[in-house]
Design a protein around this ligand. Structure first.
Ligand SMILES: Nc1ncnc2c1ncn2[C@@H]1O[C@H](COP(=O)(O)OP(=O)(O)O)[C@@H](O)[C@H]1O
Ligand SMILES: [Mg+2]
Length: 430
């Protein structure tokens, strides 16, 4: 019998749009002979919808709910519910939810928590693994505990910054200029700046606080080479993919170009303008300022072409657009080191399914630093698995298998314990 699969994506996150692209990519790739697949789009205002028109990328450009059905997943039920005049009615049992959510309200353990309560198998890390992966500070603490090399960093809370309860000289003494300032739990390079002076650092901190209540100030890795790798597994057994090198083209982007261009939503532009008047931040000699836009362009092209041609998968010409080299141009020793560190990180962070772990190499000192884990990587990192002979449809099969097995294992665990405490006549204060 065909399994009922839902792909959940969107949600209130700065990475909402990238999540749509990842969702349509896996929708196009998944084997429809094996699975009944429904798309479930979580809109910015947290309403959940399903319907055929969600398969078209154009639907999201000016989203309206015409022709769509509002749906819900409820705790304590493995069913998808459809809204009608009387409320929500049971629609179909969900065998597995593929989570294609990036960033907050999806990659952070929140939807995972709902699915745990509903006992619906799902394809990402669990609640803890997901939230550790999205909180860069906690993630780095886990890395440090496990002797994973990372750059020096300092965490700063908004309340401390607002009440001037911090010492900028102390921070600089610890991390040394130039630094990278980033929101603690965002993705896709949003709100990140490189700062070379104290003034730039203060501006960078203010900018990052527009997006998050905690920011990280990190020592800049000079002569940067970025190398990513994907890990696939169920926690105990995991395998690593090919490596990719994301090329740094040394582009120069001013603060205004980065945050006040027409590519950036008006609301954010206004906030940035209000908060950052006269800002002089420049993201010199770095690729992170343009990365997210390029990623979007690449993904949009890919989904568009696949939707039109109804292809099942394939990277075709996409990688050149993103300036990626697969496999990464690194030494055998570095490759082995990155593979081992990636597996170690996968296990230490309690990861499940497919993740992408990003590393930074200082090409002068040849030192390797772990940057971050992405517990639901863009495009499910399928392009790295294709290079190892695992096609996107097979990757989806494996993710569903891992999710189902984990669910079965959890069902075996004792979750009730009959204690005698209620029969002991213990007084309850009124
Ligand atoms: N310490 C650092 N040194 C140099 N570049 C960095 C550093 N931290 C981040 N970057 C650059 O910024 C990009 C985004 O940072 P990252 O921590 O991966 O945040 P995000 O979650 O937004 O992807 C990285 O891909 C890299 O190009
Ligand atoms: Mg990153």
């Amino acid at each position: 019998m065909k399994k009922n699969i839902v792909i959940i994506y969107g949600s209130r996150s700065t990475e909402h749009d990238i999540s749509i692209l990842s969702a349509l990519q896996i929708y196009n790739a998944i084997d429809k002979q094996k699975y009944n697949v429904d798309l479930i789009y979580v809109s910015h205002n947290f309403k959940w919808y399903t319907g055929k028109k969600l398969r078209d990328l154009s639907t999201y450009k000016e989203f309206d709910t015409k022709g769509l059905k509002e749906v819900a997943i409820l705790p304590s039920s493995q069913y998808l519910y459809i809204k009608n005049m009387l409320g929500f009615r049971q629609y179909k049992k969900i065998d597995c939810a593929i989570l294609s959510l990036h960033g907050k309200n999806g990659e952070d353990g929140t939807i995972q928590g709902l699915l745990e309560l509903s006992q619906i198998p799902y394809t990402s890390s669990g609640v803890v693994g997901s939230s550790v992966g999205l909180d860069k500070n906690i993630m780095k603490q886990v890395f440090l505990q496990n002797k994973i090399p990372i750059t020096k960093y300092v965490e700063l809370c908004k309340s401390d910054f607002d009440s001037k309860n911090y010492n900028i000289q102390k921070i600089i003494k610890k991390v040394e200029l130039p630094v990278i300032v980033k929101p603690n739990s965002l993705g896709s390079s949003i709100g990140i700046s490189m700062c070379r002076t104290i003034d730039e650092l203060i501006d960078g901190i203010k900018l990052a606080f527009l997006f998050d209540e905690k920011v990280l100030i990190e020592k800049l890795v000079q002569n940067l080479k970025e190398v990513n790798i994907s890990v696939l597994g169920d926690g105990k057994d995991c395998i690593v993919s090919a490596t990719e090198e994301v090329q740094n083209k040394g582009e120069f982007l001013t603060f205004e170009k980065k945050y006040l261009s027409s590519n950036f939503p008006n609301k954010t532009q206004n906030k940035v303008k209000n908060n950052q008047k006269n800002s002089k931040i420049e993201a010199k000699n770095s690729n992170f300022a343009t990365k997210s836009k390029k990623e979007l362009e690449f993904l949009t092209n890919k989904v568009d072409s696949e939707t039109q041609n109804n292809k099942s998968s394939g990277t075709k010409n996409g990688m050149q657009n993103l300036d990626r080299i697969i496999p990464a141009n690194i030494t055998k020793t570095q490759k082995k080191l990155i593979e081992n560190l990636a597996k170690k990180i996968f296990i230490a962070t309690n990861s499940k399914g497919v993740v992408r772990i990003d590393f930074m190499i200082d090409t002068k000192t040849q030192k390797v630093y772990a940057n971050e884990i992405n517990t639901i990587p863009g495009s499910f990192a399928f392009y790295l698995w294709e290079k190892c002979g695992i096609t996107f449809d097979k990757l989806a099969d494996r993710l569903i298998e891992i999710a189902s097995n984990r669910n079965k294992e959890q069902e075996k665990l004792i979750s009730n314990f009959d204690s005698s405490v209620l029969n002991q006549g213990v007084a309850v204060k009124k």
